[in-house]
Design a protein around this ligand. Sequence first.
Ligand SMILES: [Zn+2]
Length: 440
Amino acid sequence: MTWEQAGKAVLSKWQPEEAVIMLAIGAVESGQWRAVDGDPVSNYPQYAHFGVDGYLSFGWWQVFVPMHYDKLKRRTGSDNPRDWRTYLIDLNNNIDTAREIYDSAGRLFTPWSAYKGGQYKQHLPRAQQVINALLGSTDMQPTLIKWSPNIAAHRPPSKKIVIIHATRSGTPGNPSEFEGTVNWLTRVDVGLSIHLVVDRDGIRWARLVPDDKCAVHAGQHNTETWGIEVCQPVNADGYTEPQMKLLARICKALYVDGQGVAPQHITSMTGSGFIGHEETPQGRAAGKSDPGSTFNWPYFISLLSSTTTPPAPIGDDDVIIKHEAWAGVTHGQEGWFNPAAPREIPGGAVQRLNAYYDFGVPEGTRWVEVEFMFERGYAIIVNGDNSHAFRVGDAQPRGTWTPAKTGRVWLDEGGWFSVFVEDVENPVKIFFAHAVAYGT
Ligand SMILES: [Zn+2]
């Protein structure tokens, strides 16, 4: 198998950011894409009855059979470990089983020892390159096409405007919001429709009306605009980070690049851009409140405008400084971080951090790969020149620590960078931060 085949497989199951990690994990687990049998029975004599030719883990993402025999039994309808091995050395089966393992671990990569042990990190630059290349060549295809009979006009909209809606079934956390919306907007008796529906998982999206026809979604604006329904059962459910990223990728590919819609937020029906249903004359007259206060317009627009190709990863050959430092550990209680007492950055605030003092990285470092572990919240990590470096966010309940989130931040001459907490109502509590310093 090649890096590219493996990359396509992970992209079929994970969002790009997570796909990079999963690809790097597979590279380690498979010894870079050899379809290996791993974990010899001799290391686990208690599981000998699961062994096939002396091994217990199979396929590129090394599924350890003693932990997952229930899944394999269900998937293959067989009790025979040999059938499970045959199943797992098929790429599609292997990645699909890996996704189930990831989901059942609470959407974490921790079941893979290459993740827990950190060995996956050596392959992150290559994995990022592969995923970038694949995304650049991916034309955006919906995961579901279900044509709606409800068409407002058999021609393209007359204006270069996209209306953003929220689905709002009214049932908080509704697990079938996506299916329900697709079904509702394709019923003749309902008489409504939309061009696209974007699910909360950031993977599924549906097309109900082609872009060269007008959908029935906003009264007098039907024949002027394209419309997108973003799944959000109630306003308090907010929007998920993968969902925002998928929405932006779709809007960039289909409407900004594809139809010439301006990558900007507009609040009237003049000019070109993206507008909330609640901001349109029809939406205001009808008392609409979608997409609502939890839709982060500046972030959405920043995603639309950002280039699709992140800076090329720097290979280890280019690195002279490479120094690993744990804030709050190597620096005891002196730095800004203290693992014993999580620090809270208030909602809407900016916390300036200094990589030299807070993390103890050597002076002259040009950039650091920072890793944060934090409690629920959304924050943008800001480069030393005030540009957006990367975003960390998580929708897990308060009191749940997220797995660490990693990204690259460029430092200014004095070693500074910042953390900006996006959501004005909710602070972000940082428990742990870790940096690897790079420079030439
Ligand atoms: Zn609406």
